[in-house]
Structures are given as structure tokens and as C-alpha cells.
Design a protein around this ligand. Structure first.
Ligand code: SAH
Length: 478
């Protein structure tokens, strides 16, 4: 067996990154774009001792789980990994992914996980769900300005303005920007040389408000003939703001530090509804949010309502609790919690997000919440007696002991010092919302070694057609 050999395999498993797994001659092969049950031929691309990677050549016999991808570029684009898999199978894959991580990385007993895990919450429509898109801008081989998505694991742009995960209005916004760039001879940024102007087009759309914001990240202070850009974008229904972010660094981080408003508002509004946690139907109660381009906001608002409602349900608040919401962003979860708690303290590192959070509290008339700017791992705890007994007022510099801690960290999970603080506080309950089951499993191991036990675990699919999954966990003090 050697590189470039064509082999025939039956796919009988799937890896964490969505690649199908088949066996040939005692070796395991990962074959991207295949589905459990497929019989395929594949070309060996890389061989290691016990496993290898092969590229799908032909599907000899399609699995009953296989569907025709909706997007023409599903295979080449790095955005979706499992569009060829029917949605029910995608959910099974994600359920298994969370379970597998908790057992392998977290070291939890299989029987315990099967006892505490509830079935994943799926989407009704697993397409057109994203309220945010970031399209890189570049030139194709013929020198035309294009936008689309990066091919898997590269920075080569697959030109496509019609992504099936995004909203329809994205296409109009992208065509308007591309048209402006072509007509006004505005250059695209070139990553290798660090020259050229427009780097990314960032679009945000409020599903509830129907408001649209377009942000261009630019390698420079000024855009030539910006009036033309504004005029074309303003022709699109719902446009609320056109903003420019300045990023002159040679980096693949999308946003620079400064954003200026070219036209309209520097933020959009949106609302999220509380849902019951039996059927996940909307209740009448809604919370409104103002969202700036730099602030984090969950990309799938419909599933987010389910996720936050679940987090609130897990927190089991009675109205008397002090709650910490760490990694709180623009206060989305905090405000859901505040309606049922005595006081909520949100901690967030991005200054603009903290300002949005404070605005959002005002906007919703919520008074029992304090937002603090800083790192979750650098919380200063006020151990004074009055605060311990709950009689004191909180200074802006310290936090009183929590009854419940909610955390929702980025993919890398919680900082070790943040976990230490949580354990020192010994709250009654911890609700952990995670977008990466691997770091979740690692952190849960630490928390469970420090006196907590798993009570409930539930996946919520926020990212149909991709291998990503959100998880909500309830921990109780032993
Ligand atoms: N709970 C919010 C945000 C979750 S995303 C929501 O659901 O919308 C994670 C957030 O953590 C981001 O807003 C990010 O800016 C913030 N963050 C990242 N590192 C942090 C740290 N060390 N301390 C506090 N916040 C941090």
C-alpha cells in the first residue's frame, strides 16, 4: 500500500471533524465527504503507521444517510463539513460527539453520561440560519474581485455569494460591495503582500428586527468614493448602518480595533424570546439587544432562544439568587437570568460588549444586573462579612459570593484560574454553556474533582451542516 493507490472501503464510523472512517488492509482511513454506510473508492493521500487519509474518488454505493448537498461548493468550501449527511444523522453524530468527549477526555463513566444526557435539541430548518457572515475579499486567477469562503484549511477563496447557511439578503449586500469595488476600482487586500484595501465584508442581520448592518474591514483609513458604496447599500431593504473597521495589521484576525460609522447606526437591534423547555415553543416574553460589529452574538438566533431558555431552566432560579454570568458578551444570557434572580453580575473582556450589555439592561428596564469589564480569571472576590451575609452593596471592583455561576467561554474553554475561583466560591449550581465539547469535558473534569457532580447534559444544535455543537451542562454541589 502506498500513496496515490486507489482503495475500496466501506465507511463504518465518523471522526470528530466529520470525515468518514473506513478500514482497508488492517489500517484505518479518514475519507472526507463520506457518510456512514457509503461504499466508496478513495485515493490514498497520506499514510501513517496505523492510519491514513484518503480522498473520495467515487461513491460505489450511497448510504441511506446520504443526501445531495444543497450548495454547489459544499465539498470545496471549508464552512460546511457534513452537508452530504441527512439532518437526523447529523444530530446523532453530534450527540455521540458530546458523549464521546465527556467519556474520553472528561473521564466520566459511560453509565453516568447515559443517565444525565438528554437528547440533543435540533433545528426545524437546518439551513439559512446564520444572522452573521464574514466573507473574505480577494482576486481570482484572472484578477477579478471575488468574495466567498475559504476552502478547507487554506486561505484560498471559493467564490460564492450564495451561501445556504446565511440569509438571502447577504447576496444583495455582497453584490453591492463587489459592484462598488469594480466600478470605483477599489482594490482587494492581498494577504501575502499586505497590500490592497478591502479585506472582509461582515454582515449582520436581526431575525426579529429585520435590520441589516454591513461592515467592511479595510487596510486603511479611507475608502475611495465611499458615497457610491453607501448609495448602493442603502438600496437594500432593512439597511440600518454601513460601517468601516480599520485593520492595518498583517494578521488573519478579521477585525481591527477601530470602527467608524459611514452611514446610519453603528449597531443593529434584535430580540430573543424565552421558550418553554418541553416543546421549545416561544412564550410571549422577549428581551431586546443592541449589537455592535465587535460584539459577540450567537449566530443562530432561533436555537439560541432554546439554548438560553435551557440554561435558565437548569439554573433553577427562585428570585433570591446572586448569579455570576462569566464571559457574558452583550449580556444576552445575563438578562434572561436577571428576570428570575435577585442580582446578576456579568463579566466580559471586550469593552464595547460591556457597553452594549449596559445599554441592553436599560433598554429592557432591567435594574438588577451589573456588568463588569475584565477577565473572568481575574475576578476580585469581596470576602467581607456583609457581602457573605448578603447584606452589603457591591462595589464595582469586587463580586459577592454567587449562588449560581453561569459560564459561556469561547472555544478554548475556561482559564484554569477561572475554574479555581469558581471552586473557591462553591456555588450551589454551575451552568456551563460550551461551544466545544473537548474543552468542556476537560473543564468538567476539574470542576467534578473539586466537589461538583454532573446533573444534566444537553446538546443544542446551533450549527447545522457543520461538525460544531453547543452543549448546556448543569453541575450541582455534592
Ligand atoms: N454569553 C454570551 C457570550 C458568549 S461568547 C452570549 O451567549 O452571547 C464568549 C464571550 O467571552 C465573548 O463575548 C468574549 O469576548 C468573552 N471573553 C473571552 N475571553 C474572556 C475572558 N478571559 N474573560 C471574560 N470574557 C472573555
Amino acid at each position: 500500500m502506498k500513496k496515490n493507490d486507489i482503495i475500496e472501503l466501506i465507511i463504518d464510523d465518523i471522526g470528530m471533524d466529520g470525515a468518514g472512517i473506513g478500514r482497508y488492509d488492517g489500517m484505518i482511513f479518514f475519507v472526507k465527504d463520506t457518510v456512514i454506510g457509503d461504499r466508496v473508492t478513495a485515493k490514498i493521500m497520506k499514510l501513517k503507521k496505523a492510519y491514513g487519509y484518503a480522498r473520495l474518488i467515487e461513491i460505489k454505493e450511497a448510504s441511506p444517510k446520504r443526501v445531495k448537498p444543497r450548495c454547489l461548493y459544499a465539498r470545496s468550501c471549508g464552512g460546511c463539513q457534513i452537508q452530504q449527511m441527512d439532518y437526523q444523522s447529523q444530530l446523532e453524530f453530534k450527540q455521540k460527539k458530546v458523549r464521546g468527549n465527556l467519556i474520553r477526555i472528561g473521564g466520566f463513566e459511560e453509565a453516568l453520561i447515559d443517565f444525565v444526557m438528554e437528547p440533543i435539541v435540533g433545528m426545524e430548518e437546518p439551513f439559512f440560519y446564520r444572522n452573521k457572515a464574514q466573507f473574505p475579499v480577494g482576486e481570482d486567477a484572472a484578477g477579478n474581485i471575488v468574495t466567498g469562503f475559504y476552502a478547507g484549511r487554506t486561505h484560498k477563496i471559493v467564490a460564492n455569494t450564495d451561501c445556504v447557511l446565511g440569509v438571502a439578503v447577504n447576496q444583495a449586500a455582497l453584490e453591492a460591495v463587489l459592484g462598488y469595488m469594480r466600478d470605483c476600482k477599489v482594490s482587494a487586500y492581498d494577504e501575502s503582500s499586505g497590500t490592497g484595501l478591502v479585506r472582509h465584508i461582515l454582515i449582520r442581520y436581526g431575525f426579529d428586527s429585520k435590520e441589516l448592518m454591513v461592515c467592511l474591514t479595510v487596510n486603511g483609513e479611507r475608502l475611495p468614493k465611499e458615497g457610491v458604496l453607501i448609495e448602493r447599500l442603502c438600496a437594500i431593504e432593512g439597511i440600518k448602518g454601513v460601517v468601516q473597521n480599520i485593520n492595518r495589521e498583517k494578521t488573519n484576525v478579521i477585525l481591527g480595533e477601530r470602527t467608524k460609522t459611514l452611514w446610519g447606526e453603528p449597531a443593529i437591534m434584535d430580540a430573543l424570546y424565552l421558550r418553554d423547555t418541553k416543546n421549545f415553543q416561544r412564550t410571549g416574553e422577549k428581551t431586546e439587544y443592541r449589537i455592535s460589529p465587535q460584539s459577540f452574538y450567537q449566530v443562530n438566533p432561533i436555537q439560541t432562544e432554546k439554548l438560553y431558555s435551557l440554561a435558565l431552566d437548569y439554573a433553577g432560579l427562585t428570585g433570591n439568587e446572586v448569579v455570576w454570568d462569566l464571559y457574558c458578551g452583550i449580556g444576552t444570557i445575563s438578562l434572561f437570568l436577571a428576570k428570575a434572580a435577585k442580582w446578576v453580575y456579568g463579566v466580559e473582556v471586550v469593552p464595547q460588549a460591556v457597553r452594549d450589555a449596559q445599554e441592553n439592561a436599560k433598554l429592557n428596564g432591567i435594574l438588577n444586573v451589573t456588568f463588569l469589564e475584565g477577565k473572568a480569571e481575574e475576578i476580585w472576590i469581596d470576602d467581607s462579612e456583609e457581602l457573605k451575609t448578603g447584606a452589603g452593596r457591591v462595589a464595582d471592583t469586587g463580586l459577592p459570593r454567587p449562588d449560581v455561576i453561569v459560564v459561556d467561554p469561547p472555544r478554548k474553554g475556561c482559564d484554569a484560574r477561572c475554574l479555581e475561583t469558581m471552586l473557591r466560591m462553591q456555588p450551589e449550581k454551575i451552568v456551563y454553556v460550551s461551544c466545544d465539547p473537548a474543552t468542556l469535558a476537560r473543564d468538567l473534569q476539574t470542576l467534578c474533582a473539586g466537589g461538583y457532580e454532573l446533573v444534566k447534559v444537553r446538546g443544542v444544535d446551533q450549527f447545522g451542516q457543520t461538525v460544531h455543537v453547543e452543549t448546556c451542562v448543569l453541575l450541582g454541589r455534592k
